[in-house]
Write a protein that binds this ligand. Structure first.
Ligand code: TXA
Ligand code: MG
Length: 350
């Protein structure tokens, strides 16, 4: 298949010929990769079982891992969900459109191919206007996982969709680098107290303020545990660069000296080394490659850069990589959750 590339901005997307064409592709059962505010998505018609099957094939993803259904009008949630709890409308009112996905009971309109066999459906109303225009043009319901091949970091730029999906999808829409950079926050509203399944830009604090209470799936802290994550996708190996990534946590002084010693040792062993760190400490490291996530404590900048850095460390064939840890409050929780997965739980406290 020859993949078509188009360029759109949030201002020009609606009513453009490109979006109309993209919508036709979706409606006729094809796939389009597109930007959202979190990461790029790999979209197909959520109500068409054949489209979901194509998404799994293009991603190389196990088909028991359910897809998020994207809508562009709150009313459309009622077509794909049943017994929608009040919490859903409260959260939608406060945070949609935006980087929040909610899990509710599915209606008969959603095929099991889309939900990986589950009776629940994950719903998200993205704020990116290219995504919204595509959803409307494509019939209102787009199933979309992140637009990476399974196991790789989610794409934050169209070039990464090309790397992973060229020749496997009908169209890739380039809308520039995404604003957030980590996938949406996922909240399960199907049993008892709302439960956070995946941390993201919408933090536990924001959710608690709206809901009153919130449980947190213990697996998201990234500790080694035998508990099974409730979001099936969270149990797969994810994001891992091909080099050996280790996260180092502690006082700045201890972290810098630990990493420098470790880097020196790796270099002696003939390894190509990398460090992922804040702007302030970057000059202190002697690795072959030093990636800067932003100013110390700027978690928004780090979220935008993290997946790109992980991909670059593969492009540059780094073999041993050390990363400074983030705090685990607010957006830091989402960052650490992704980094710990990428590091295969290798975390050192110094
Ligand atoms: O920001 C995002 O959410 C991006 C953009 C494209 O919208 N999408 C995304 O999709 O990250 P994906 O497929 O990479 O991650 C979806 C996660 C998976 O871990 C999946 O297991 C979980 O959501 N999920 C989907 N439906 C679910 C359900 N009914 N119950 C529990 N978990 C569900
Ligand atoms: Mg994904």
């Amino acid at each position: 298949m020859k993949t078509e590339y188009v360029f759109l901005t949030e201002e020009t997307a609606e009513n453009s010929g490109e979006i109309r064409r993209a919508g036709e592709i979706i409606k006729s059962g094809g796939l389009v990769a597109f930007p959202t505010e979190t990461v790029y998505g790999l979209g197909g018609d959520a109500l068409n079982p054949a489209s979901s099957a194509k998404i799994y094939a293009a991603k190389g993803r196990p088909s028991d891992n359910p897809l998020i259904v994207h809508i562009a009008d709150l009313k459309d949630a009622e077509f794909i969900a049943e017994d929608i709890p009040d919490a859903f409308f409260k959260l939608a009112d406060a945070l949609w459109p935006g980087p929040l996905t909610m899990i509710v009971k599915k209606s008969g309109a959603v095929p099991y191919e889309t939900t990986g066999g589950l009776d629940t459906v994950a719903i998200r109303f993205p704020s990116n206007r290219i995504a919204q225009a595509l959803i409307r043009a494509g019939g209102g319901f787009i199933a979309a996982p992140s637009a990476n091949r399974s196991g790789r970091p989610s794409p934050t730029m169209a070039q990464y969709c090309r790397e992973d999906l060229d020749g496997l999808v009908e169209m890739i829409i380039d809308g520039g680098q995404v604003g957030i950079g980590v996938e949406s926050t996922i909240v399960d509203l199907t049993e008892g107290e709302p439960t956070l399944l995946r941390p993201g830009y919408v933090t536990p604090g924001m959710l608690k303020e709206i809901l009153g209470g919130l449980s947190v799936d213990p697996t998201i802290y990234g500790n080694e545990t035998s508990a099974r994550p409730k979001a099936p996708g969270m149990r797969y190996r994810h994001y891992a660069p091909s080099g050996e990534l280790t996260i180092v946590e502690g006082s700045t002084e201890n972290v810098v000296s630990y990493i420098n010693e470790a880097v020196l040792e790796a270099k002696k062993a003939g390894k190509k080394t990398g460090v992922i760190c804040a702007e302030e400490t970057a000059p202190l490291y002697g690795a072959d490659r030093v990636f800067i996530t932003g100013k110390r404590g700027d978690e928004e900048a780090a979220a935008r850069e993290l997946f790109r850095i992980l991909r670059m460390s593969d492009d540059e064939h780094l073999e041993v990589i050390y990363a400074e840890a983030f705090g685990s409050e607010g957006l830091g929780l989402a960052l650490m959750n992704r980094m710990i997965k990428a590091a295969g739980h290798r975390i050192v406290r110094v």
